[in-house]
Design a protein around this ligand. Sequence first.
Ligand code: C2E
Ligand code: MG
Ligand code: MG
Ligand code: MG
Length: 277
Amino acid sequence: QAKNAHRNTLCFFDPHMQHAIEQHAKLELELRQALAQNQFELYYQIQMNSAHQALGAEALIRWHHPHKGLMYPREFIPLAEESGLILKLGYWVMESACAQLKLWQQNPLTRPLVLAINVSAKQFRQANFVAQVQELLEKYQISAKLLKFELTESLLLDNIEDTIATMNRLKSMGLQFSLDDFGTGYSSLQYLKRLPLDQIKIDQSFVRDLATDANDKAIVRTVIAMAHSLNLDVIAEGVETEEQRQNLSAKGCVHYQGYLFSKPLPIQDFLALLKQN
Ligand code: C2E
Ligand code: MG
Ligand code: MG
Ligand code: MG
């Protein structure tokens, strides 16, 4: 009787919610299997300067889901972070990036390129994160200068003293840091000047309406001036049109990433793009 009553209390779920929870649990299980079965792939999006030279690339993860086909990070990264799987996934990304960089050293076209990877907060906060990086660089015999970590404002702000300490250890090895999605968080000059960053990445939301939105225009101009005064490199993400590129260039931003140049591509297509470039 008591058992039945207990069972009944579980029935307050509406069917939609129940379905959502089941899907969520299913996806988590599939994500675990995906790691074991190597269903992930890195895509590479080129980063350019104003002379149309390739500077590097950003590695962006994709999941070849056995039933759902190609899945984008917004569909599984939040779940990976929630479940803790991001630690294994992040390590996979870092190792794949290092393996790719090793291959890139054999080709004059790819040898100078810096590869940027996105690092999530949980991954960065691991006690042995620096050791992991060190190990991978040694395993693949690549220079730390070729690797750039993209971090978000919320990661950087949370426990800033520890963040700075970890960043400094990695920087002393030669790694570079970029502040991703800049402008969407709580950025203030106060903390920005304390962080050992190399680059800030202007978020695509500011780039989108640059030609028409007076606020975006002012923000972008200020951000570029501020970055330059702090000796930081600036790159704009989400550059889709030549007009946007020219607007950015006029404001002093000379590094770009976006569909104007190329979408993120599987490695073979990325190499073909470099050749034709
Ligand atoms: P993000 O690091 O800010 O990456 C930029 C996103 O903008 C990418 O989406 C990219 O495909 C997209 N993008 C690039 N150029 C353009 C453009 O011209 N127009 C538009 N509309 N979009 C453009 P994607 O690949 O879906 O990745 C989304 C986010 O997922 C990334 O944002 C990043 O935060 C996260 N992510 C991707 N790969 C990884 C990873 O390996 N590890 C972790 N922790 N996060 C990742
Ligand atoms: Mg990024
Ligand atoms: Mg970004
Ligand atoms: Mg973004």
